[in-house]
Write a protein that binds this ligand. Structure first.
Ligand code: MC0
Length: 151
């Protein structure tokens, strides 16, 4: 297993924290929880069949483009990774996602360091972004997503 201390990721590839993903059993209830607690708004909502999720990107009303958001993730069906997560661990933080400006170069670098990426090629994520995930055992126990938004 690679040492997370020595991943040596070229810093120019990483733009910012894109989002922290939270597994929730009910999307509407979770949106309402954050709205009433912090006044946060739902900036974007979509269903991703391949990932088995329906999701909402929430955060303060006035967001800068590099402000990290919270991604609420509810399962679409029982086979969903989110359904499995909820069953094993209950609602809570499921992943952290970094935004990159070059997912291909970053992926190549990570593989050269022995890091396992979950997909051989990026898949489609929020808003049409290209995404992949580092295995949590290779990223300090965190399911780390990398995302390159659509140009
Ligand atoms: C599992 N493990 C985790 C974890 N899930 N550790 C930290 N955070 C998590 N979320 C740990 C387990 O505890 C276990 O450790 C080890 O990893 C292997 O787990 P497993 O039980 O064998 O594997 P599964 O079946 O739980 O799958 C885990 C895996 C899966 C990460 C492979 O969740 C996956 O494929 N995730 C990527 C896709 C995904 O998460 N999609 C939903 C978000 P021990 O020590 O017990 O062996 S979609 C999304 O995010 C998109 C829309 C987007 O943002 O654009």
């Amino acid at each position: 297993m690679p040492n997370p201390q020595s991943l040596n990721i070229p810093h120019e590839y990483v733009v910012c924290l894109d989002h922290v993903g939270i597994a929730v059993p009910n999307l509407e209830e979770a949106i309402e929880f954050y709205r009433s607690a912090f006044g946060w708004v739902n900036h974007h909502q979509e269903t991703n069949e391949e990932q088995g999720v329906t999701e909402a990107m929430i955060g303060p009303k006035d967001l800068k483009s590099t402000d990290g958001m919270i991604q609420l993730l509810a399962p679409l069906n029982e086979e969903s990774t989110i359904a499995k997560f909820l069953e094993k661990k209950g609602a809570g933080i499921q992943q952290m996602c970094l935004r990159t400006n070059d997912i291909d170069a970053l992926s190549e670098h990570l593989r050269s360091q022995g890091v396992r990426l979950l997909y051989p090629e990026p898949k489609i994520g929020t808003g049409g972004a290209r995404i992949n995930f580092l295995h949590p055992k290779d990223a300090g126990g965190v399911l780390l997503e990398i995302t390159q938004p659509q140009a």
